[in-house]
Design a protein around this ligand. Structure first.
Ligand code: ATP
Length: 364
């Protein structure tokens, strides 16, 4: 178990009403307000171009917003008439491409952000390398390291000056998919041990959910929803968020207080509603059973349809069922139990469902 990086203690990060436009009338950040608790990790999740990196750069002091404030603990870093220089913010950053210097060895890469007297050798370099498990590679050049090792050097360099806040911009984008999952787990463990307030940018929902104690979903420069991964998955504010954070299909429904009438049957509602709604159904909430006689009125309750696609990925199978005016996805553990072209009945497991406004943003 690593020791805490700094004895300064963790501090919260607070962003209020941040707005920034590079071109007139096209806001890249539009009233962003977020709070990251001391020692916790916030994941910024959103599609390409929604403003995630720009927000990170504003926190780092690399961009000046048109309006709004950035506070770390009691320190105002950005605000009306205030702009603390990036090097005086105590904010560390791990860039997308890691930005390691090929001509410097690992130890000197890690020492790069330290005062001149500490750059060649210092207890802070040794400590950071130890924290990321790279001590034995101190004299190697970055191009002799694997992608995962280079990523750890970039992290060691960011934490060596003992920052109050650590910013990570898609730090896994240079890794292949099997390495990503392993390095993600390592980083998850390390961030927990460091207890450093962190903001992590990604467009990958799994990464956001694994690393973020809180996740902020952004779209077009705005925070659409911020909450725990469970909040976002179980209680998305609209259909767009529902589909962005996981596989989501929607069926029409009529809500009657704590239940909703749907083509899949009468289901319990998470929140009381009345009137027309869109009901969120996740593939794992559904199951398929064979409908051998194809009789529309007899047999078990559910929605009748025909299997159009079966996708088996080892641990689970997703079956796409055409039920008339839409295709529902059904995900069950293990191998396929039905085949393409078969008539089936789609049933809901009966758990509580989330009702969204009928006009709730169409998923793209
Ligand atoms: P990605 O996931 O692709 O990295 P992102 O969510 O991080 O995207 P940003 O890099 O913050 O998005 O960019 C948001 C928008 O601002 C984009 O339309 C981008 O083209 C624009 N933008 C970013 N930096 C500048 C700049 N310096 N000048 C003009 N436009 C910019």
């Amino acid at each position: 178990m690593a020791l805490p990086l700094t004895d300064r203690g963790s501090v919260p990060l607070r962003l209020d009403d941040l707005s920034l436009s590079f071109a007139a009338d096209v806001p890249v950040l539009d009233g962003v307000a977020l709070e990251v608790e001391a020692g916790s990790t916030l994941a910024l999740l959103g599609p390409s171009g929604c403003g995630k990196t720009t927000l990170l750069r504003v926190i780092a002091g690399l961009e000046r917003p048109d309006a709004g404030t950035v506070r770390v603990g009691d320190r105002l870093l950005t605000g009306p008439g205030v702009h603390v220089a990036p090097e005086q913010r105590h904010v560390g950053m791990v860039f997308q491409d890691w930005a390691l210097f090929g001509h410097l060895d690992v130890a000197r890469n890690v020492g790069f952000g330290l005062p001149r007297s500490e750059r060649r050798s210092s207890p802070r370099i040794d400590r950071s390398l130890e924290l990321v498990g790279m001590t034995e590679f101190a004299s190697r050049r970055p191009d002799t390291l694997s992608g995962g090792q280079q990523q750890r050097v970039a992290l060691a360099r960011a934490i060596a000056p003992e920052p109050s806040v650590l910013l990570l911009d898609e730090p896994f984008s240079n890794l292949d998919s099997s390495m990503r999952v392993r390095v993600r787990s390592e980083l998850h463990e390390l961030l927990g041990e460091l207890g450093i307030t962190s903001v992590f940018v990604t467009h990958d929902q799994d990464e956001a959910f694994v690393l973020g104690s809180t996740v902020a979903v952004m779209s077009s420069g705005r925070v659409v929803q911020c909450g725990t991964p469970e909040d976002l998955y179980e209680r998305p504010v609209d259909a767009w968020v529902a589909a962005f954070v996981g596989d989501a299909d929607f069926v029409p429904g009529t809500a009657h207080g704590d239940t909703v009438e749907t083509p899949l049957g009468v289901l319990p509602l998470a929140d009381r509603r009345t009137g027309a709604v869109r009901v969120l159904v996740r593939p794992e909430h559904l199951r398929v059973v064979a409908d051998p006689d194809g009789t529309p009125t007899d047999g078990p309750a559910g929605l009748r349809g025909r299997v159009v696609l079966v996708e088996y990925v080892g641990r689970a199978t997703t079956v796409h069922v055409d039920v008339g005016d839409l295709v529902l996805r059904v995900c069950t553990p293990g191998g396929p139990t039905v085949g393409a072209g078969e008539d089936v009945i789609v049933q809901h497991g009966g758990g509580v469902v989330q009702a969204l406004d009928p006009a709730s943003g169409a998923p793209s």
